[in-house]
Design a binder for this molecule. Sequence first.
Ligand code: NDP
Length: 248
Amino acid sequence: MDQVLLITGASRGIGAATALQAARRGWAVAVNYASNSLAADEVVRSIRAAGGSAITVQADVGDEAQVMAMFEKVDAKLGRLTALVNNAGVVDMQARVDQMTVARLERMLRINVIGSFVCAREAVRRMSTRHGGSGGAIVNLSSAAARLGSPGQYVDYAASKGAIESFTVGLAKEVADEGIRVNAVRPGLIDTEIHASGGLPDRAFQLAATVPMKRTGSADEVASGIVWLLSAEASYVTGTFLDVTGGR
Ligand code: NDP
């Protein structure tokens, strides 16, 4: 049976690197994206050129109807899901808490937290032995920010990742005897476009000196951890966190 993996936010950055690595290891990959269809198409093209199997699936993970349609497309085109990476996530412009609007907070929590919950819900409905599935694995993307708090930059983002960590612990225990493992990866300063989307394109490089290893990490270095947690090599690992932070 094919191993079917849905990765949210897989058109760029950590999600794209994970898609490429997982496809090389034999997963059929659904590459989700929000709006950048050209980038998502390029990820799928690279996977297919290397002999792998992949499709694109557009959906804003913060929109329940779009998430439902996305899972139905994966069911129809790739078959029953066996793994999910809740990778889609956003930051916002640098701000203090005393400047944050409710609109900003709602967007942050809707995409980063509710999006991950709804995608996990749909995955559990397909993978849990309780629902007739044959098990699977979920990896959630937290951040070192959950530990550090991101003061003066985006405490809202850090708090959304704190929520992802509690979610990981709780869901892991809830479905542990239903064949599903749930873990999280905490990237540190990784060289992707997310920093530019928060108005600080050089953020990772500027902070590199504060990292014990004195450098930023690559999307591929994070993807390796994610793919390991998804794999059978991690068969007794659930409810845990893997820091990929260069020691930060
Ligand atoms: P990028 O900004 O490079 O890529 C974001 C991806 O998410 C894109 O594929 C984008 O799609 C997609 N996306 C954004 N919003 C939505 C949405 N509403 N619905 C569906 N997809 C969406 O991010 P990174 O690769 O840097 O980050 C990936 C994850 O890792 C995030 O959860 C982030 O918080 C976490 N992380 C990153 C760190 C870093 O330093 N880079 C550090 C710690 C954690 P599109 O191309 O269509 O816009």
